[in-house]
Design a protein. Sequence first.
Length: 245
Amino acid sequence: MKPVLLAAGLFFFIAAQSQKNQPKLEAYVAPGFFFETISRDSLIPAHQQAHSRLGNVISYAVQLALPLENQQWSVKGGVGFSQRHYSITKYTLDDFFVSLFPFGSQRRDSFNLRHVRFTNNYFQVPVSFSYTVTKPEHNFHLAFGLNLRSDFLTQSKADIIFDSVYKVPTSADIIYAKTIYTDKASKFVFTVEPYMEGSFSVDKNLGFFFQFRPFSFYSDGLDKRLTTRTVEVFSFTFGAFYSLK
């Protein structure tokens, strides 16, 4: 709850200060990749437990950017939407080779599901601070900052494929499996991430910016039961800004 109150307080601060300084309205899209560490729960195939899965994320947001009095420090706040995908798969490339060359070993088990693909949608509240290291009179600006992002879950979906060797599902089986696999999705995820930002103007009011975020720190995994840790390995932001004064 504290991160939410902090984000709200900073947002109102930005709105109040925008009457005195030169604010910019920014819109951006941010694709990225992350590793999700799977738990040892019974809902996970036995030889996939405690492994990491690669997922992808994309975020869209609009925010107000406000330079502070010395024009080098800036604070930003806004709202957005993000979507994350990751999967749990029963069979891997190792299983394919084992099936060809078993050597007395058989890794297949009676786990009923072949594949589960998760899609989590979030309402996002991004807040950030940055320090510009280039001179104000330059057209290209380089800044370093810190994002504080609050993500509120709006929907969690699971696309499920049963392993027909062990179970041919009924409609009730499919509904039950989708429910149990999305029941413990984390309702709130707080993220802290350092970034490097470059921006430049193309005319008096309009310009573009980009951010590179090499890593992120998450308050929790994306699911209370199925995952234990989330590590973002690469994220990049493309955006445009419009000066309001």
